[in-house]
Design a protein around this ligand. Sequence first.
Ligand SMILES: Cc1cc2nc3c(=O)[nH]c(=O)nc-3n(C[C@H](O)[C@H](O)[C@H](O)COP(=O)(O)OP(=O)(O)OC[C@H]3O[C@@H](n4cnc5c(N)ncnc54)[C@H](O)[C@@H]3O)c2cc1C
Length: 394
Amino acid sequence: MIVIGAGAAGMMCAATAGAGGREVILVDHATKLAEKIRISGGGRCNFTNVNVAPENFISANPKFCRTVLAGYTPQDFIKLVKSYGIAWHEKHRGQLFCDESSEQIIAMLRKECDRARVKWRMPCTVQSIKRIIGGFELGTSAGVLRSRDLVIATGGTAVPQVGATDFALKVATQFGIEVIEPRPALVPLQFDPNVWQPFAHLAGVAIEAEIAVTGGPKQRFVEDMLFTHRGLSGPGILQISSYWRPGQSLAINLLPTKGLAQELIELKTGAKQQASTVMSKYWPKRLAEQWLGESGQRKFAEWSDKAIRALVEQIQNWQVLPSGTAGLRKAEVMAGGVDTGALDQRTLEVKGIEGLYFLGEAVDVTGWLGGYNFQWAWASGVACGRALAARTRD
Ligand SMILES: Cc1cc2nc3c(=O)[nH]c(=O)nc-3n(C[C@H](O)[C@H](O)[C@H](O)COP(=O)(O)OP(=O)(O)OC[C@H]3O[C@@H](n4cnc5c(N)ncnc54)[C@H](O)[C@@H]3O)c2cc1C
């Protein structure tokens, strides 16, 4: 069998199928192995999340990922990581990171492939794929390769700077398989420069906020948000960006404290300070001063209850209309991809095209920020690898 793409899903699939007795050729066009794993998690690879559930994934068919995720869990991957003596820690909301370096995960997967006697073809470019009787024929820079089974694990189109391509989408189209329109996800959002001008100099200010798409799906995130020169970023914005579509506004609660209006009304009694100084107890000073403008210089005690309520409404229901995303070069993943309707949910084989499989980010299953995308890559790789190993026994 041939696996194209020696990334997270491809190596996992090759190692699983190889360990199960299949002869595997693993092809990748890159000169350096698994660049996305290397740069992930700020170089420490957020390799899974202990809270993984189907609800943490976005897809035109939200139920599709269930079987695959249940078949290979975060605990299974943690067991593998432990068996290699790789130290890790939990950082935030179930996110697991290597203590030292993402290179350890790459070395582990390389070793797993070597143990399973996987044959590497790297760097190797695939120029053509043809369906032949009993399998597939590939024209490559290393000559013609033939195989009964072909796995496409070339990932998504995010961050082309490290070798991401639309190869999987092109192969899908070649074989008449539907593709859900790809779009950048887990990506900063930008605004029209004129609209953003009053906020641009807040660049670098970070606060916790509750963020949702106005009139969009019910999903909301309470996470850190970062002001940038061109718009908004930080974990909360990356998360909501996967749900956001052009033309939609965001509803942002910049101070998600219950009963805030009442708290401020009680606070103003006897307050000798300026309003911006009072608000600096809740917010970074720069944000408090910018938000309140000249009115922030007035003593807080002079503010009417009505004015305080209006301020709180403005802060807790800030409606903003992004003009776009920062694009695929800055996105952590591609959302959309090979339509899950075309795939078997247990094996990821294309329905009606025996021996052709799509895995990982190439498929229309996109995880939240926080280790979810790797868990999908590992689990889809294992599901397919197991199915292919079982085929030797057919
Ligand atoms: C900056 C950044 C940080 C991230 N951090 C995290 C994180 O901490 N946790 C997390 O869960 N997810 C993270 N992700 C997402 C995660 O890296 C991907 O979702 C995951 O790697 C997808 O696995 P994959 O195997 O489908 O694709 P990839 O890992 O991208 O592997 C695809 C492979 O296919 C090869 N390939 C591509 N095109 C071709 C072609 N035409 N011919 C031959 N080979 C080809 C590539 O060289 C690559 O080796 C991050 C992504 C980015 C960009």
